[in-house]
Design a protein around this ligand. Structure first.
Ligand code: OSB
Ligand code: MG
Length: 373
């Protein structure tokens, strides 16, 4: 494939969430994010989505920092590549530190473009053999415990087979216990997004054990590898790392310390699909299972995530719910719908296998810049 880029467009989009999503670091009502669209002279397209949010709460990247590095550095660099492949882009952008969500948005667009040029799907390019991926739902912090129990009940009725509860100091044993009492058999995970001080190891262990929590995700700070290892030692639940793992080095260190017994792979956090796949393969060699995490993506990012989750090294259920769990109207057609056994179908069409609906994109677009060579 000798593709020559004709344009790169960076759109800023705002989509209203069907309900607010609250984590230990804040509440989101609308998701504002960047979409990258690359086109070639032959008229092919590739789409990517940037996970960075308005405020740098989950990680240090924000929509504004991502927009800056994209428009001022990454897009110009992309036009200088002899061949716009994901590999060439990642190699050339490696000298810029961090900014992984912004880099991932470009890499995703180039992966989609390449798969479309080869008339294959992103999933197939990643070696996927499954046609459905197992998924669960991530449930935000609710105003009251009864509201949480009710919310979980409705997700279970919808068909979700695994529930991840957002927790924080003051919102843990009571809500987790209430959900466990109401649903004795449900597979329960919790995610604290770094909210606990490291002295909380024994209290987390006690309520997680008492309520049969299968997995505790990122209770401590990004750098607190030792504390996560202490929690994992002899625990009857998996300790999952999300924010702590940003590249191969951080994964190697966490594995060596025994701090990670489940790996959340988010393409934004790790700088793209290629690194995400490499991390999951590396974790599997140490018998640590992986799954794909979500950042409330629109259908564009979701389609990439589903493709990644369908690749062999991913074993646990991913945080990839149906389009209507997040947005009344998604940017893509067809939307993702929940299928039998708490699964999403892996699109088979070229690229990410879904089409971006221009009319919907334009309606929710707040800004747009087009770059040409
Ligand atoms: O830690 O997994 C997280 C959303 C925003 C920021 C961080 C996280 C999340 C989620 C959402 O849990 C999961 C999803 O997209 O379904
Ligand atoms: Mg998480």
């Amino acid at each position: 494939m000798t593709a020559v880029l004709a344009s790169v467009r960076v759109d800023e989009v705002e989509l209203p969430l069907v309900e607010p999503f609250q984590t230990s670091f804040g509440v989101e009502q609308n998701r504002r994010f960047l979409v990258v669209c690359v086109t070639t002279r032959e008229g092919l397209e590739g789409w990517g989505e940037c996970a960075a949010a308005i405020d740098p709460l989950y990680s240090s990247e924000s929509l504004a920092t991502a927009r800056w590095i994209l428009t001022e550095r990454l897009v110009p660099l992309l036009f200088r590549l002899p061949e716009p492949t994901p590999e060439a882009f990642l190699a050339a952008s490696a000298r810029f530190r961090g900014n992984r969500m912004a880099k991932a948005a470009v890499e995703l667009a180039l992966e989609d473009l390449r798969a479309r040029a080869r008339r294959t799907s992103v999933a197939r390019s990643l070696g996927a053999r499954r046609d459905r991926v197992r998924v669960g739902v991530s449930v935000g912090i609710q105003p009251t415990v009864p509201q949480l129990v009710d919310r979980v009940g409705r997700y279970l009725e919808d068909g979700y087979g695994r529930i991840k509860l957002k927790v924080a100091p003051g919102w843990d044993a009571r809500p987790v216990g209430a959900v466990r009492r109401e649903y004795p058999d449900v597979e329960l995970w919790v995610d604290a997004n770094q909210a606990y001080p490291i002295r909380a190891v024994s209290s987390i262990r006690s309520w997680a054990e008492r309520y049969g929590v299968a997995q505790v995700e990122q209770p401590f700070a990004e750098r607190a590898i030792h504390a996560h290892a202490e929690l994992a030692r002899g625990a009857p639940f998996r300790v999952c790392l999300d924010e702590s793992i940003v590249d191969m080095t951080s994964l190697e260190d966490a594995l060596a310390a025994g701090a990670v017994t489940s790996l959340n792979v988010k393409v934004g956090r790790v700088g793209g699909i290629a690194t995400g796949l490499a991390l999951a393969r590396r974790a599997r060699r140490s018998r640590v299972p992986s799954w794909v995490g979500g950042m409330l993506e629109s259908g564009i990012g979701r389609a990439h995530n589903v493709a990644l989750a369908s690749s062999p090294p991913f074993g646990l259920s991913s945080d990839l719910s149906a389009s209507d769990r997040y947005y009344r109207e998604d940017l893509i057609e067809p939307p993702f719908v929940l299928g039998p056994g708490s699964t999403l179908a892996v699109p088979r069409g070229p690229g990410i296998g879904v089409e971006v609906v221009d009319r919907v994109l334009r309606r929710h677009r707040r800004a747009s810049r087009t770059f040409r060579p």
